[in-house]
Ligand binder design. Structure first.
Ligand SMILES: Cc1cc2nc3c(=O)[nH]c(=O)nc-3n(C[C@H](O)[C@H](O)[C@H](O)COP(=O)(O)OP(=O)(O)OC[C@H]3O[C@@H](n4cnc5c(N)ncnc54)[C@H](O)[C@@H]3O)c2cc1C
Length: 505
């Protein structure tokens, strides 16, 4: 195989946040324009991404993968493991999508890391927590497949040098289950860096600025895609197509049409989350499920759409209202915590935490850099800076620290993330309110990731995985389950599409 020429792009969290803040309206710049932007150079978490030169795009591959987020790259690596020749087509100038922004981690049960750390968990408990979080409406077959294959996905990642062995709590989980990089940092950049590294090691071609506009079919079988790349339109043939285009959190029209009540909400999602895959699949007669189930995340900085990870609450932060009082169980599911904040007269709240927590949750360094963290040497100083009565905030913290000591939250019945008190100054506050975060609805698939029609039959040769699909999360996604979803089902889509491609050889 001819050695690929690559385009190099420097990527960092700052760029990701800028993309989120831009929303729908911004135009796609070339890779080189983005790589020279000062905001990108200024980022501390910068990493390097390389892409295949557009001149190397062939007319035919075994498997065409649409979208280079976590699900797409997992599918490509798994297809390559099966001896296939896959290609990844990504419409944005960088790979990663929402996966690059994911911050908390990946849920998995019965993992070797949980066992090593003495954490008792079971696939059934993971199933039950998720079903409870989803209000009993999750697609239970998909959910069983997810939990039963979550530990092996953690092992698979580990075998590729992507080690998620730092485990914490996330909202709605009854035990420590969310797996993060060793140093507790954000999962997204680490995961995407690792996946891209493996994609290159496996010599899988990955093209950016490659916008797939149509999935082609003939006689009821998918035959490939149409793609706009480098200003040119091309038709690429594939024995199977895997759609991993992510959700539609950045498509204002789709959000408003399915959920008029969310008009005007800020979104945390990436610019490429525009629902393309859902629209292309619907044109082929694919069914969709739960399209009005759009997750609103409780802790979003409103002027930028920046998500404050659930890790901050998972490590022990509390939420207070403008009076400086707690008002809800911070570790309840996202929909309930969001509703509790929206019910406050001021419609926002403050996350409050101490310096010890800031050292455990490395994301806080980044939030500080972004200027969203208010700091006070003492609780009184912090209260003064956020316009609260110092005596009230102090009393709230004293009460909370006693609850941690007694392991009993008589006020709001919080039962998790009570390992650490908040006693080590300086103290911090971040003002947050709910924002659009995840689209739980999408195309209907079965556990083989085949895309289904309304009548339950599969569209031959068409597979989908990740946020483009619907059903698994039901009415409310548990934090950490989307990364589990993309790894488990992305891997499965690569394997299943490979089996199909081999049969059609
Ligand atoms: C700020 C933030 C933090 C999060 N944190 C967590 C977390 O800690 N844990 C967790 O479980 N979940 C988290 N999530 C959710 C999770 O990150 C996503 O649901 C998941 O990463 C989606 O992965 P994906 O591969 O399905 O899609 P994506 O990662 O979004 O990738 C889809 C890719 O497809 C591309 N694409 C779209 N249309 C086309 C087209 N027509 N042609 C070619 N390419 C196309 C997109 O540009 C994108 O790159 C978070 C989400 C956000 C926004």
């Amino acid at each position: 195989m001819k050695k690929s020429r690559f385009t190099k792009v420097f990527v960092g969290l700052t760029l990701t946040l800028l993309l989120s803040a831009c929303g729908n309206g911004s135009t796609t710049k070339s890779s080189s324009e983005k790589s020279t932007g000062s905001s990108v150079e200024a980022t501390s978490a910068a990493s390097e991404q390389e892409y295949t030169d557009p001149s190397e795009l062939k007319d035919e591959y075994d498997i065409v993968i649409v979208g280079a987020g976590g699900a797409g790259m997992a599918a490509a690596l798994s297809a390559k493991d099966q001896g296939m020749n896959p290609v990844i087509l990504e419409k944005m100038p960088i790979a990663g999508g929402n996966t690059l922004k994911s911050s908390g981690g990946m849920n998995a049960s019965e993992t070797k890391f949980q066992k090593e750390q003495g954490i008792e968990d079971s696939n059934q408990q993971f199933f039950d927590d998720t079903l409870k979080g989803g209000k009993g409406t999750n697609d239970q077959e998909l959910l069983h497949y997810l939990v039963d294959n979550s530990a092996s996905a953690i092992d698979w990642l580990d075998s590729m040098g992507i080690t998620l062995d730092n485990i914490s709590y996330s909202g709605g989980a009854s035990v420590k289950r969310i797996h993060r990089p060793h140093d507790g940092s954000a999962v997204g950049t680490y995961l995407v860096d690792g996946l891209i590294r493996n994609v290159h090691e496996q010599k899988i071609p990955i093209f950016v600025n490659a916008d797939v506009t149509k999935i082609n079919e003939k006689d009821g079988q998918v035959t490939g895609v149409d793609v706009k790349i480098d200003g040119k339109e091309k038709t690429i043939s594939g024995k199977a197509v895997v759609v991993t285009t992510g959700g539609f959190g950045s498509n204002k029209e789709m959000i408003e049409s399915y959920r008029p009540d969310l008009k005007g909400y800020v979104s945390t999602t990436s610019e490429g989350s525009t629902g393309d895959g859902i629209k292309m699949i619907e044109k082929l007669g694919g069914a969709v499920v739960d399209m009005d189930q759009i997750q609103v995340h409780p802790t979003v900085v409103q002027d930028t759409g920046m998500l404050i990870s659930e890790t901050v609450r998972g490590e022990g932060a509390i939420l207070v209202n403008q009076q400086g009082e707690r008002f809800y169980n911070e570790l309840e599911t996202r929909d309930n915590v969001s509703a509790a904040i929206t019910a406050l007269p001021e419609k926002y709240a403050y996350l409050i935490f101490d310096d010890a927590l800031a050292n455990r949750a490395k994301q806080v360094d980044f939030y500080k850099e972004q200027g969203v963290v208010v700091e006070g040497k003492t609780i009184e100083e912090l209260a003064g800076k956020i316009d609260m009565k110092p005596e009230t905030l102090k009393a709230t913290l004293e009460k909370w620290n006693k609850a941690v000591k007694d392991q009993s939250d008589s006020e709001f019945k919080r039962e998790t993330a009570m390992d650490y008190d908040l006693t080590e100054g300086p103290y911090y506050a971040i003002q947050i309110a709910p924002g659009i975060h995840h689209t739980m609805g999408g195309v209907k698939i079965n556990t083989d990731t085949q895309v289904l029609k309304e009548d339950g039959s599969a569209i031959k040769g068409l597979y989908a995985a990740g946020e483009v699909t619907g059903g698994i999360h039901g009415q409310n996604r548990i934090g950490g389950n989307a990364v589990a979803d993309i790894m488990v089902f992305g891997r499965q889509a690569g394997a299943q599409s490979s089996d199909f491609a081999k049969e059609s050889k």
